[in-house]
Design a binder for this molecule. Structure first.
Ligand SMILES: [Zn+2]
Length: 69
């Protein structure tokens, strides 16, 4: 499942209105500011804070993020 770039560009985190990024499997959308992962169900992102799950960044993810910015 790959989310369209157009869709991702209009989606923002409902909590901080910041950028969200798909995770490696494109089955979650991550807000790194809030450390929340929004689920994607049947290809539809669920942009609800109540549905989001907190996540912790791994050192590998942090390194990858630095490399792309
Ligand atoms: Zn956020």
């Amino acid at each position: 499942m790959v989310l369209s770039k157009d869709l991702l560009e209009i989606l923002v985190c409902p909590q901080c209105k910041g950028e969200i990024v798909p995770d490696d499997n494109h089955d979650k959308l991550l807000c790194h500011a809030c450390k929340l992962a929004y689920p994607v169900r049947d290809g539809i992102p669920v942009m609800l804070v109540d549905e989001a799950l907190p996540f912790s960044r791994t050192p590998a993810q942090t390194a990858a993020d630095r490399a792309t910015r």
